[in-house]
Design a protein around this ligand. Structure first.
Ligand code: PBG
Length: 326
């Protein structure tokens, strides 16, 4: 008896496999995260993110140019200030490092690339939380909203085409949309970190931006509990109602069910953030010779797209774009 079904026919050659592939990965599917530090003369390597640096304005501009040559057309900026304070005022200072960098990139690439700004206070606060604290030391949701609105305006003025609030305050998208519209920035896009989980995968990022949460604290009082799936939909729907143009799921590979839910239930673009710890794990195992890091990067990024992400924020953007271009 011959089998009637022969799925293997379509797997015989790499050309056939490419022809029938359900999911594609292109350099333009990536957003590259970049760190820019105030008051440095040289770019500083980030140990736990091999290949990544705290950039100077100069090295940042070169990196963005090199990404553009590889077909990556979107970047998201994180500022690392020289000094921090209680409220995180460096986040909205017109001469704060993120704003200086945004202006430099706007002058270099304008609208040829999509320039995004991460919108949060944790890099700028002494206590390392994503908002301001009340008298009891808890993050004050509503007082933080005003500071996010001010920060969004500073970023839009400096040239951000997209602002990406990542602090998980309730009502943050509405507050930012209102402030942007009132100041004439009706075309500034909001990409909401809608379903952002309190994850152990952010460790290398915190090294990259020099953030330590005061008293060994964590963000479980505002980021989502990884035990919950339905809650992500509720968060994302709320963000879309408030005016989010794009919603994001973060981290990515351990949250593919969430990516899939949001893609199915919502009509806005869905982004997934393949975070610092996901990158670091692949890199570390690769460096030990325990697995093929390039192959695993492709597998993970493709799986994230297969689950439903329209595009991916990833530390692999530059190197995988190069692999794809070969
Ligand atoms: C908060 C923020 C974090 C990341 C992006 N924005 C850290 C956190 O929530 O503690 C982490 C990204 C990564 O790990 O790559 N501003």
């Amino acid at each position: 008896m011959f089998p009637t079904e022969r799925p293997r026919r379509l797997r015989r050659t790499s050309a056939l496999r490419r022809l029938v592939a359900e999911t594609t990965l292109r350099p333009s599917d990536f957003v590259a995260p970049l760190f820019v530090a105030e008051g440095r003369r040289e770019p500083t390597p980030i140990t736990s993110l091999p290949g990544h640096f705290q950039h100077t304005i100069d090295s940042l501009r070169k990196e963005v140019h090199s990404l553009q040559l590889r077909g990556v057309q979107s970047v998201i900026l994180f500022g690392v200030p020289a000094t921090k304070d209680e409220t995180g005022s460096g986040a909205w200072d017109p001469n704060g490092i993120a704003q200086v960098a945004l202006r430099a990139l706007r002058d270099d690439v304008g609208d040829e690339m999509v320039i995004m700004a991460d919108l949060c206070l944790d890099e700028y606060t002494t206590h390392g939380h994503c908002g301001v604290l009340d008298a009891q030391g808890n993050v004050d949701n509503d007082a933080t909203l005003e500071l996010y609105a001010t920060t969004a305006l500073a970023q839009a003025h400096a040239g951000a085409a997209v602002v990406a609030p990542s602090g998980m305050m309730d009502g943050q998208v509405a507050a930012i949309r209102q402030a942007l519209d009132a100041d004439g920035f009706v075309n500034t896009v909001i990409m909401a970190y809608a379903a952002k989980y309190a994850s152990a995968l952010y460790g290398p990022f915190r090294e990259a931006v020099g953030v330590q949460i005061a008293g060994g604290g964590d963000r479980r009082a505002y980021q989502q509990d990884y035990a919950n799936r339905r809650e992500a939909l509720r968060e994302a729907r709320a963000d879309v109602e408030q005016g989010a143009d794009i919603v994001m799921v973060k981290p990515a590979t351990t949250y593919l069910d969430i990516v899939s839910d949001l893609r199915r239930e919502l009509d806005v673009p869905v982004c997934a953030y393949h975070v610092s710890g996901e990158y670091a794990m692949v890199k570390a195992a690769g460096a030990n010779g325990w697995l093929d890091a390039d192959a695993l990067a492709l597998e993970q990024l493709t799986a994230i797209r297969r689950a439903g992400a329209d595009f991916i924020l990833t530390y692999f953007a530059g190197e995988v774009a190069e692999v794809l271009g070969r």
